[in-house]
Design a protein around this ligand. Sequence first.
Ligand code: NAP
Length: 336
Amino acid sequence: MVKTKKFILARQFHGEPQESDLQLIEEELPPLKDGEILCEALWCSVDPCNRLLANRLREGDLMHGFQVARIAESRNEDFPVGKIIVGYLGWQTLTVHDPKTMPPPGFGPAYILPDFGELPLSLALGVLGMPGNTAYFGFLEICQPKAGEVVVVSGAAGAVGSLVGQIARIKGCKVIGFAGSDDKVRWLKDDLHFDAAYNYKKMDVDTALKEAAPNGVDCYFDNVGGVMSSTILSHMNSRGRISVCGSISTYNADPGEVPMVPDNLRPILLQQLRVEGFNVYRWWDRWTEGIEQMKEWVKNQELVYRETVTEGFGNMPKAFIGMLRGENTGKAVVKC
Ligand code: NAP
């Protein structure tokens, strides 16, 4: 009998998740039925959306999340033994999965990884996966940046933000990033060649933008929402574009008690801004295009990526809480 280890939600999160809100249990898996595969987790992902979507889980439910897994057994000829897949399989070491099953609304199905060559498989959870495509499509399609324009990125040293800033540089834009530590700011300026970067915990965002963008901001890629984004909005140029990717500054707030921010509609009206939220799976039919382009930029060293690796499946909660606190630079992943 095959047993899996899995993290379940022992208690609904209130505010910042606690390790004790999650419980590690063992469970026997049923034998495979026709069409099913047995997936062995190699790398698990901790993502901000795990926090957001946990509000929809009930106590006892498996924690949601992506993983890179090896197919250990198969009764599905399209998913043979030994292939590597990425899928929304949750926080568990072994999974019996039917690739025809759709994940929760808003996510794409499991797929076999394209050839990564020498690049590590964990990148399927980062630059060569969902966060990479979020940066690629969410920035280029919504902001439609032009060379010479000024682009601001919040959450700039994270999985998505660090890629958005570099894509903006590749497109010839001037890039300004906000991140939560001096080390992150140094990385953005020294290694990723952002034109300017600030530690928003130390530097007032309004003052920073008066210094770095005296002629205003054309594109804003918003990962954080809240007061920081309101301040950035007030610096937008006429006909600016804002890609609303996430609002992590409010994810630990209880639903219904999300903090108030100043009036955002006034600058949208006065500056005739275009503001658009998105779910990256909108571009599911172009998924491979995004991955291939990101892979080419990585191979040409036009894109730098970083991973913050936590060792051991049992440390998933630590990695998750650490990511929400800003302990990651680049993509936060767990080596199972
Ligand atoms: P990430 O940036 O790698 O990790 C989260 C980061 O958020 C932390 O490292 C921390 O960095 C920052 N943060 C935490 N609390 C904050 C606060 N109160 N104010 C400002 N920053 C805070 O995560 P990611 O995977 O790249 O995701 C970034 C955003 O994109 C999230 O909002 C996520 O929900 C969103 N997202 C959306 C889509 C989509 O399809 N729309 C897809 C993927 C991700 P600091 O040290 O800088 O504070």
